[in-house]
Design a protein around this ligand. Structure first.
Ligand SMILES: [Fe+2]
Length: 250
């Protein structure tokens, strides 16, 4: 008998969480910080719990990666999430959430194309020293790319998102912010504007973060597409995603 997957609908819960926010304040703060915003304990508990149980179930799909001098850690790609994690997928595809983000950034946001393995992904910091050095989440798309990070597991004192947040009239004041990403806490930023890193994990610690990516234009130049495919294959999800990407784009 065909297995019927449960219908997951987070829209009501998300509307409630969004409704409790001061939207004018959020908008002012986001733009006043050169397109960076922190939402502490934002996601409703039922959404966090559903995603957390999938985070644990996906641990068999983790691809470990090591880029000397830059990053070390584990990742799970969008392809695994699409196949095995209906709650995380429902969160990423939520119209309520995407409309909220679109209003914040003053642009109509779109999901990434189905063949982008990084469109919605999980980062697992599970071994001592797991980290990522300072970088931008550069957009290879024709438009802007926005990153949303959502804390899932934060069993660590050492491993933190570090964001160099720009403020002031000409955004010349830089304040380095260390952000604890407890379950349900979220940050959003324009990938080309925030210089950020994650500090190394200590012994017997664990940190897991979900990322959702949104774009203003789903198109990408062929050369940039090749570069982004290779980058995501070798620095994040493993060469197997290259085969997936070819299948998805047919
Ligand atoms: Fe990043």
């Amino acid at each position: 008998m065909k297995k019927i997957s449960p219908v997951i609908d987070f829209e009501r819960g998300l509307r409630g969480a969004i409704g409790r926010e001061d939207h004018m304040l959020l908008h002012r703060t986001y733009w006043g910080q050169s397109e960076f915003l922190l939402f502490e304990q934002f996601l409703p508990a039922e959404v966090v719990e559903a995603c957390l149980s999938e985070v644990e179930q996906l641990s068999g799909d983790i691809h470990r990666n090591y880029v000397p001098g830059h990053k070390k850690g584990g990742s799970v790609s969008f392809y695994s999430i699409r196949e095995k994690a209906p709650a995380i997928l429902a969160l990423y595809r939520s119209t309520t959430l995407r409309t909220f983000f679109s209003r914040l950034v003053d642009s109509a946001l779109k999901l990434c194309p189905e063949d982008d393995p990084h469109s919605c992904a999980l980062y697992y910091y599970t071994k001592p020293g797991d980290h990522i050095g300072f970088h931008y989440d550069t957009s290879y798309y024709k438009g802007a790319r926005y990153t949303v990070l959502i804390g899932m597991v934060e069993e660590t004192e050492r491993c933190r998102l570090v964001a160099r947040v720009r403020k002031g009239p000409a955004f010349t004041e830089v304040s380095e912010t260390r952000v604890p990403m407890g379950p349900g806490t979220m940050v959003m930023f324009n990938g080309d504007k925030l210089w950020h890193a994650v500090t190394p994990l200590g012994a017997r610690e664990r940190r897991i973060v979900l990322t959702l990516q949104y774009v203003t234009d789903q198109r990408m130049e062929p050369v940039k597409k090749l570069f982004s495919s290779l980058k995501y294959a070798f620095a994040y999800f493993g060469p197997a995603v290259l085969m997936h990407r070819r299948k998805a784009s047919r």
